[in-house]
Design a protein around this ligand. Structure first.
Ligand code: NOJ
Ligand code: CA
Length: 675
């Protein structure tokens, strides 16, 4: 026995001297991460022994200190396992399970400098982040490069869905579908189907006080972290101790698995707000689409949208149909000049003469409808910051609980005045703006105001930590159908769930009923969908706030279809993606919070298809009335988008529905619990 113990000890110490290699696997054992220090710190990932990420470098470089990278060896490690759950104040599901195995690896150089990489491996993917402690030569830190790679095998045989990074239009691009080798620089979430069929999405979680990560393809298949710089070229300015955001890889055998992942939320910190009772998910209408289709103007004049009387008319409409809020854009001074290019004009506390803030908010509150505020900055964030506290206080005084913010400058053109009074131009996704967006959210919280950011920094799951950050844009929304070149193509909403939506809620603003405001056909600006697909969007594209984006008169003209928008909730007990392929089609089932009804939304790209929907997600032993809104037999998005059949059927969990989806069509169903 004594002899045996000595042998074991010897083997153990030998392993420590050789180039070290450590592994950590997911709770179900299928995903394995291997970390080693051969040549330079690196990691790789497999799923059921198939390669997901090949050996990929780790490390970073500094302006005034030696790089973390070559020459660093593994000097210590620590393992941990977690199984817990937590609840969301609002969300796609109330209870979230967090089960993962953790490996903390310390890399040390001969000069005794050191850094940690913390890996967390879940059944649905991997997150890792850098943790850098105080040490000699590292106090104030300027990061000038991050070496992190995501190396993909056979990049020519892998398909990716991606939008370009560092382009002038921020995140508002039509998605590209290409092989991986054809990518230049891409934003995240970056989604791909690998040559072995595995689906992955590379993104980040908990982006706080750091630059956003984009992916730069260096050699074919080598996607390297490319952090968006400050105007002076530095990537990140910080001081030790610091942590990077989590670099995340969601991993699934099939496309649907990506949709059912909670990885991003699980890697964020718990809520910093103790009382969240004032945060109100819900549906809204607004003085908005009229401007986008040029029936109204933001600025003053004959067709000014944001007038007292028009707002009262919207408040009446909201109250009549059960909407919680009315968004009003163009109420404040600043829209009359070249507002897109000149954010200096905006005053966030002075109204136009024909808009009486006190009168409209009082009028609304009498009917349980709140005004939803709006602050367009046009990218002049210093102008906004100077007025922010007064602006939120004014809205708070009038009972406003939600403000939509906007940053419509071209990317790289955010204007700020620095501490020396010098004007600087920053990126929307650089560290400066990452902090600025969060600043508006934490300032708003002091006034019990929630934020919906347009032209935002991408979502990285911060709603868990700051639940008053309700939603954001960060992709092409409905507005592009009014004036975009081209408008969103039929496959757009079949790509979004697998890309942008993996990051978090989007204020897409669905529900356009008048699809032919410029005439129907394939060559006009219009939503390139059927009417049923507009309804399906409410279930497919998750957001705790959903707009009924069209003009009241278009809803009044089709109250039967409008009923679905009135019935659909925005807060869920449970959500399940049932089927889908990236860019082709997708099917979601969601159960309302505080009730027993289920809702289904399904939509397709430019191809018509037949959906076989098993109802086994419904509770056994319950009967439901299925209220179905589906494409008619001859419906197609180009010239017959309105043909829709609304029908009711009694069903149980044992039933299967056969549902035809037209070209760029969809189906929306409410399963009303009967017992
Ligand atoms: C762009 C936003 O996405 C849109 O919703 C808003 O109406 C305009 N900016 C004006 O602020
Ligand atoms: Ca926008």
């Amino acid at each position: 026995m004594k002899y045996l113990i000595i042998i074991l000890v010897t083997i153990f110490s030998c392993a420590k001297i050789q180039a070290a290699s450590l592994t950590v696997s997911s709770p179900d054992g299928k995903i394995v991460v291997t970390v080693d220090d051969k040549q330079q710190p690196n990691y790789k990932i497999t799923l059921e022994n198939k390669t997901v990420i090949s050996a990929s470098k780790l490390g970073m470089a500094f302006k005034s200190a030696d790089s973390f990278g070559k020459g660093f060896v593994i000097s210590a490690n620590n393992k941990n396992s977690v199984k817990t759950s937590w609840t969301q104040p609002w969300g796609e599901r109330k209870n979230v399970i967090d089960q993962h195995n953790e490996l903390l690896v310390t890399f040390t150089s001969t000069k005794e400098s050191h850094f940690n990489v913390r890996f967390r491996v879940f059944d649905d993917g991997v997150g890792f982040r850098y943790e850098v402690a105080k040490q000699k030569g590292l106090d104030q830190v300027e990061i000038t490069d991050e070496f992190t790679e995501f190396v993909i095998e056979n990049p020519k045989d892998a398909t990716a869905w991606w939008i370009p990074a560092r382009g002038w239009n921020r995140y508002e691009y039509v998605y590209n579908t290409t092989d991986i080798a054809s990518i230049d620089r891409a934003h995240t979430p970056f989604t791909a189907k690998l040559s072995n069929g595995i689906h992955i999405s590379i993104h980040e979680a908990a982006l706080v006080d750091y630059a956003a990560m984009t992916l730069d393809q260096q050699r074919p298949g080598t996607l390297k972290a490319d952090l968006t710089p400050w105007s002076d070229g530095v990537l990140v300015k910080t001081k030790t101790d610091f942590k990077s955001p989590w670099r995340t890889i969601q991993i699934s055998k099939d496309a649907v698995g990506l949709l059912n992942s909670d990885l991003i939320l699980n890697l964020n910190e718990p809520s910093k707000l103790e009382d969240t009772s004032w945060i109100e998910p819900g549906k809204y209408v607004g003085i908005w689409w009229g401007m986008h289709i040029s029936e109204n103007t933001w600025g003053s004049g004959d067709i000014h949208g944001a007038t007292t009387s028009e707002t009262k008319r919207y408040m009446d409409f909201a109250a009549k149909h059960g909407f919680a809020g009315v968004l009003v854009e163009g109420w404040n001074i600043g829209w009359d000049g070249d507002w897109y290019h000149n954010g200096d004009l905006f005053n966030f506390t002075k109204t136009y003469d024909d808009f009486d803030l006190k009168a409209v908010t009082e009028y609304g509150l009498k009917q349980n409808v709140r005004l939803i505020g709006h602050h367009e900055t046009s990218g002049n964030v210093s102008n906004y910051r100077d007025q922010m506290s007064d602006a939120y206080a004014l809205y708070e005084k009038h009972g406003v609980r939600q403000v939509k913010t906007g940053y419509v400058a071209d990317a790289g053109n955010i204007k700020r005045v620095d501490e020396h009074g010098i004007v600087r131009k920053e990126w929307h996704d650089g560290q400066f703006m990452v902090n600025e967006y969060l600043h508006s959210v934490t300032e708003a919280a002091k006034h019990k105001i929630s934020i919906n950011t347009h032209e935002p920094i991408k979502d990285t799951g911060l709603r868990r930590t700051y639940p008053n950050w309700l939603a954001r844009e960060g992709a092409r929304g409905q507005e592009f159908n009014a004036w975009g070149t081209p408008p969103n193509p039929p496959e757009h909403a079949a790509i979004l769930p697998f890309t942008r939506m993996l990051a978090g809620p989007m204020d897409f603003t669905p529900g356009i009923f008048n699809l032919g405001f410029n005439g129907l056909g394939a060559d006009t600006n219009r939503p390139q969908t059927t009417l049923a697909k507009q309804l399906a969007l409410y279930v497919v594209l998750y957001s705790p706030i959903q707009m009924a984006a069209d003009l009241p008169r278009n809803y009044e003209a089709n109250l039967a279809a409008f009923q679905f928008i009135k019935d659909v909730p925005t807060d869920w007990q449970e959500s399940k993606a049932i089927a889908g392929e990236v860019g082709d089609f997708v099917v979601f089932a969601r159960k309302e919070r505080n009730g027993n009804d289920w809702f289904v939304g399904a939509l397709t790209d430019e191809n018509a298809r037949e959906l076989t929907l098993k109802l086994d997600f419904l509770e056994a032993n319950k009967r439901y009335e299925a209220q179905i809104y589906r494409d008619g037999k001859k419906a197609n998005w180009i010239d017959n988008p309105y043909e829709m059949i609304i029908e009711q059927k009694e069903v149980t969990a044992k039933d299967i529905l056969q549902l035809p989806l037209a070209t760029s069509g969809g189906v929306a169903i409410r399963f009303k619990a009967l017992n």
